[in-house]
Design a protein around this ligand. Sequence first.
Ligand code: MOS
Length: 745
Amino acid sequence: MAESVIQLRHGSSIGQPLTRRDGPLKVTGAATYAADNNPPGLLHAVLAVSTIARGCVAALDLAAAKAHPGVVEVITPANRPALAMDPDEKAGPFSFRQELLQNDRVRYAGQPIAVVVAETLEAATEGARLLAPRYEAEAVQAGLDGADVFTPAAIGVGNAPNMQHGDAEAGLAAAEAGISATYDTPAQYHNAMEPHAVVAAWDGDRVTVDTPSQGLAFAVMRIAGIFGIPPENVHVRSPFLGGGFGSKGLISGPQLLGILAARMVGRPVKLVLSRPQMYGPVGHRAPTRQTFRMGTDSKGALTAIAHHVRTASSRYDDFFEPAVGVTHTLYAAPAIETTTDAVRLDTGTPTFMRAPGEASGSIALESAIDEMAEALGMDPLEFRLRNYAEVDPASGRPFSSKALRECYAQGAAAFGWEGRPLAPRSMRDENGLLVGWGMGTATFPALMFGAQARAVLRRDGSGVAETGAHDMGQGAWTALAQIAADSMGLDIDRIEFRAGDSKLPDAGIAGGSAHTATAGSALRSAGEDVVAKLAELAMADERSPLFGAGNAGVIARNGRLLRRDDEARSESYADILARAGLDEIEGKGRGAMDPAAQEHYSMHSHGAVFAEVKVDPELGQVRATRLVGAFAAGTVINPRLVRSQYYGGMIWGVSFALHEAAVMDPRSGRVMNANLAEYHIPVNADVPSVEAILVEEHDPHVNALGIKGVGEIGITGSAGAVANAVWHATGVRVRRFPIAIEALA
Ligand code: MOS
């Protein structure tokens, strides 16, 4: 029978604010993270990493390291076994060059230069210290100034570096009012709660790898390629992650070195990065310098936006922060022009970091929009509404859905924006602190990748749903189980949900805020498939009350199929399977982007963020005191988890505006605060009140579930809102982020 006559009982578990299914395991310590695995015979590996940023390793004291009690092996370029693949070979846009001890060259500070394997972590650590490397150092390029500038072939993953819609120069020349401003965003480094870790155990040419992964299938292919074994010989387990944020999308060099060490010594090996070792080999967000030029007519309608981004990649590989994307889509202007150029630095290669491109682009764009409103003497919300994009401004395509007006309205009302004085430095609190209110628009593309899933209904009335999905902490286990249960017509407690293992159907990558949409679509289609098969069994059997339900169809609900034209006539899944003599029945499904929808519509999540800051007028100390964000991102599978994603993003926005930066020593090319202890991020005291409003939105085009993604949008808008609030509090426009006390003094 056709799937279209099956009506699923929506609203069963979808939309419920369930707590995380893995929460009790995590808070009781029962959840096994990668580094919690201790297979018998385990050895410990510790990386020795370079303290120079460019040059080569001239000498290592191998004898001293090897002589240390407990040290089993010291792996360097001199004795590293051959790999099946050159780690410097590029294999598509999702392939990064890696330092797997291929030679004695040093490309950045923090690069692995040796691996010491020992019976204990302490012995391996001491062995690595005893290597006492000597270097031949070369001069480094560590900042955006003073390097050769070039135009990259592509930015992000395969996007054009330049985009032109209309004639921006003509639009600027014809403008009645205008601004030109340059903003600097810093390098930011990944500091997930769980550093990259790996436990690898070989059995002949088969390997089992416990490691956090946002992309199991990618990890399997990379491991198979590097070690020259068939992909089916690689088993990656990643049930729990202490955060990913993009850094665990592709398996990193250090993780591969742990697997290599295990193969070389013939015993299981554990390798866990120390906090400082996160600053180099696992990627970072590149710095940007962005210039905006905007013009408007006398009524405040934009005539042109020109956005130029300078960013940086490493000297040896390509990843260019796609910071121009937000400018293509957010505000209506007859002319929009964006350009990106870049320099090469002696750092590790930048990578994806939560809202890669949109985060840095958004803080600059939203600051520039605020400056433009200021130049016009207009309220920043009124200015945004005046330039509201009814269709995608650059492509002219309609939006698949866009409830941004509602976001502005609901966010402004909840925040109390209406009482905001236009002039800066005009509000104080009872303690004499300067108070400022700012806002920003949030946006992130609604993406879809490819995924597969399997759904099984069992004779005991229970079900199994499987997909190799990744729960980085965002609640994927829970939200995806809700979708699976709903599509299988079962209560969520009746299904066993399996994820986080490369032996399961490929769930694609947990990135681009697309995981729930993508893996969820696969689960939904697998659930529909298995219910359809069950219905066929029943409707063809004259002993079933569903016999002949035919075109009237059936409804799947609470483990029963019901005739749609007469719900009193129904039968349980268990009875249908029992009579058919089956223990279980299986369905399969896929989730994928719909190319036709992609072609016809511009698909984005949207939001509006309102921020209050208080600034000490004498010290310049800034605190974000209140944040209200209203977001529209299509279907909300689980409002508790969605809110939590928004909170996390908004707090990262505060971090971007006020706290976070890798401070580079231009002489040495070393990050001077390369440790979570010295790398500033907001703690609870820095963010007293955060509110996220879920604005209702139905998107019939983006995917069958109507999900647009919530993982990354929270940073966008928020960072700019905080920056604009600082201006409103102080009257000082700071264009270098994070905003430092000395910039306000
Ligand atoms: Mo994200 S930066 O797509 O994990």
